[in-house]
Design a protein around this ligand. Structure first.
Ligand SMILES: [Zn+2]
Length: 309
């Protein structure tokens, strides 16, 4: 607080230019123009999420989530950017003046930096989802290898979004591929003040479905839950195709969009606990694919030790 007041005073008297220009670089791009359409879905509120000391939210993985009011929805998109689908998704969000959070694959950010820059310029939150998103997940990698992949992802995403990467991610928000966390990595994120996001609702858009089926499935789940952090993928054609209809349906059904951003102060993030009988659906689905992950690990290990490999 005191530091910010000092900076504001310095701005008034024209001092401290290097510190101020550093501050300007740190500031998220919130310069998107005011919404041109009064009937657009828009953003009903901005929710500051405090990652200090670590935070884990999302009922599919953890027994707590962001405290949202009935009808409040947080839109999150994983695995991008991919021009063919991220482009239409950004347009659909723009058309409805909606802000979302993108959990990027660093390798994709590196390949398509203009889309990451556009996400930032339009005021979306640019968050992280590892560099290479390996099939065997972070849980299948060794701890050191997982950390290296995550660090590489932070750096690739930040270079694409901000032109440079520092020692810590600009937006300290992370989502594990396949929701496959580990206690060691969770503790490491907590020490680094990085918040971990699961989701409250899955669109299951990783499955091949028509846009209409994807839309119906998600709206049905949302109507049942009444609110929540929704996981979508901006790499999926059916998601890109159905998003304009989804946003219109959210508006028609009275849902309101909440945009998550990193907290600017130390105020704790309002959280809601899971109801009685909570279990992790993410763990149940990881358990189903775990034999395949182990088989792939064995195959990779064999290939690495093969002569000449
Ligand atoms: Zn993913």
């Amino acid at each position: 607080m005191g530091f910010r007041v000092l900076l504001r005073m310095a701005a008034l008297v024209g001092l401290c230019a290097p510190a101020l220009s550093a501050l300007a670089q740190e500031a998220p791009a919130q310069a998107s123009p005011p919404c041109a359409r009064p009937d657009a879905l828009g953003v009903s509120r901005v929710l500051e999420v405090n990652p200090k000391g670590g935070l884990k939210v999302g009922l599919k993985s953890y027994p707590q989530t962001l405290a949202l009011e009935p009808g409040e929805v947080v839109l999150t998109f994983d695995d991008g950017p991919l021009p063919a689908t991220t482009g239409p998704i950004l347009k659909a969000l723009d058309d409805e003046c909606v802000k979302a959070t993108f959990f990027l694959i660093g390798r994709n950010a590196e390949a398509h930096p203009a889309f990451v820059a556009r996400e930032r310029a339009r005021g979306h939150t640019v968050a992280h989802h590892t560099y290479s998103h390996p099939f065997i997940t972070m849980r299948g990698l060794g701890e050191a290898e997982a950390k290296a992949d995550i660090e590489q992802g932070f750096a690739a995403d930040d270079r694409a979004a901000f032109g440079q990467a520092g020692p810590a991610p600009r937006t300290p928000f992370f989502r594990y591929p396949g929701f496959a966390d580990t206690p060691e990595l969770n503790a490491w994120f907590a020490r680094r003040d990085v918040a971990i996001f699961g989701a409250d609702l899955w669109a299951s858009d990783w499955l091949d479905m028509s846009p209409q089926k994807t839309l119906e499935l998600l709206l049905g789940r949302l109507d049942q839950a009444g609110k929540g952090i929704v996981l979508l993928h901006d790499t999926r054609p059916q998601t890109a195709k159905m998003l304009p209809d989804l946003l219109r349906a959210l508006k028609a059904r009275g849902y309101r969009i909440v945009h998550m951003v990193p907290a600017k102060d130390d105020a704790p993030t309002p959280l809601a606990k899971a109801g009685p009988g909570w279990t992790s659906e993410a763990e149940a689905s990881i358990a189903k694919v775990w034999p395949k992950i182990l088989a792939e690990k064995r195959r990779l290990a064999k290939a690495a030790h093969a002569p000449g490999g």
